[in-house]
Design a protein around this ligand. Structure first.
Ligand SMILES: *[C@@H]1O[C@H](CO)[C@@H](O)[C@H](O)[C@H]1NC(C)=O
Ligand SMILES: *[C@@H]1O[C@H](CO)[C@@H](O)[C@H](O)[C@H]1NC(C)=O
Ligand SMILES: *[C@@H]1O[C@H](CO)[C@@H](O)[C@H](O)[C@H]1NC(C)=O
Length: 328
């Protein structure tokens, strides 16, 4: 119900967080977008009017995180009680619905879920990672300050992004918590409880020890709403080969391509304006073709019915392969 009313309010930033406020009962809702063909990222804007930002937004995620992206000036503080959770296959990702509270920048945010991308969506100094976890938070609207005045924007989204790299030993406890349950959610739309909950100890430790990049981008899935705060942890966590292969077999591929430098034109808009991949190389065209009137043009059909004034018995029909060139 809360999910529905948020949609009505029209806070696009909250509407797409499939699963964000989904009840823990009922069916898993499978979103209508994908990563292939006309359902894929290049065409997301055509799938629904509210997806306009996917092709027009100038602060889209993911990005290649380079030296122009600043470090967060403080660490987020996560408070996630031990709890039984739901693990779900949304077809576009696999997701764990889990409650928690994160304090950052003087505001509180509620953790709604974390989900997985393979390969990583963000890159750090152009390097990609085999897997990225997004921990999705929403502003709670109130700070427990003395006056109890609403100071946090309830539509504000904060995503904590965690990179993973391959290892030969044990996976990080977060991965180890979900790995035994992967077999139960191989089918899109399936779900399973994880009664023992999720071990976030590795996540808490890396937040303490690592640099954390901060920038304002967008949801990496439709409707690509902007104004999303990304906190990307630089140091990767570990995932071992069997766990990685088991996850990849289910998630398959769900990574949006790197977007434009923040503030520049959307890369889809740029490609459309320049004619995209089918654009001719103007300079070559200009240099090559300045045909005079009547000269054969490549692709046209010619009929040869006489040669040097003498009619031929059978007129010959041919396709001009190369236009004649004339200097202007
Ligand atoms: C899952 O995604 C694939 C690829 O986009 C699609 O072909 C398939 O119909 C989806 N399955 C469901 C149950 O929506
Ligand atoms: C998470 O919080 C919601 C809303 O407060 C509550 O209904 C739900 O039972 C909680 N889930 C768990 C696993 O604690
Ligand atoms: C082609 O023409 C467009 C529009 O005049 C121009 O902006 C672009 O730079 C040209 N591209 C090349 C490869 O010359």
């Amino acid at each position: 119900m809360l999910f529905k009313s948020l949609l009505v309010v029209g806070t696009a930033s909250a509407s797409c967080l499939h699963g964000l406020y989904r009840r823990s009962e009922g069916e898993v809702e499978i979103p209508h977008f994908g990563y292939e063909d006309t359902f894929g990222p290049l065409n997301w804007a055509a799938l629904a009017p509210e997806n306009e930002a996917c092709k027009a937004g100038k602060n889209q995620s993911p990005i290649n995180i380079d030296s122009t992206v600043s470090l967060a000036t403080e660490k987020p503080i996560l408070d996630i009680p031990q709890q039984a959770v739901e693990f779900e296959n949304l077809n576009t990702t696999i997701e764990v619905v889990v409650n928690g509270t994160t304090t950052f920048g003087g505001n509180q945010f509620s953790l709604a879920q974390f989900h997985i991308h393979t390969p990583s969506e963000h890159r750090i100094n152009r390097e990609y990672f085999p897997l990225e976890v997004h921990m999705v938070h929403k502003g709670v609207g109130h700070l427990p300050n003395k006056a109890n005045t609403p100071t946090a924007d309830p539509t504000q989204i904060v995503v904590l992004a965690l990179m993973f790299e391959m290892c030969t030993q044990s996976s990080d406890p977060l991965i180890a918590s979900i790995a035994p349950h992967l077999d139960a959610i191989t089918e899109p739309g399936s779900r399973t409880p994880i009664e023992t909950g999720i071990d976030f100890s590795g996540v808490l430790a890396v937040i303490e020890s690592s640099n954390i990049f901060q920038y304002t981008g967008s949801l990496t899935t439709p409707p690509c709403s902007e104004g999303v705060t990304f906190l990307a942890v630089e140091t990767p966590l570990k995932i071992n080969v069997p766990d990685y292969n088991a996850i990849k077999k289910i998630v398959k591929y769900n990574s949006r391509l790197s977007q434009n430098t923040l503030g520049n034109d959307n890369i889809i808009a740029v490609a459309a304006a320049s004619g995209g991949a089918t654009a001719p190389n103007n300079e070559t065209v200009v240099e090559e073709a300045t045909p005079v009137e009547g000269a054969p043009v490549a692709g046209s059909t010619v009929v040869i019915s006489e040669i040097s004034g003498s009619p031929v018995a059978e007129p010959m029909v041919g396709l001009v392969q190369r236009g004649m060139r004339f200097r202007s």
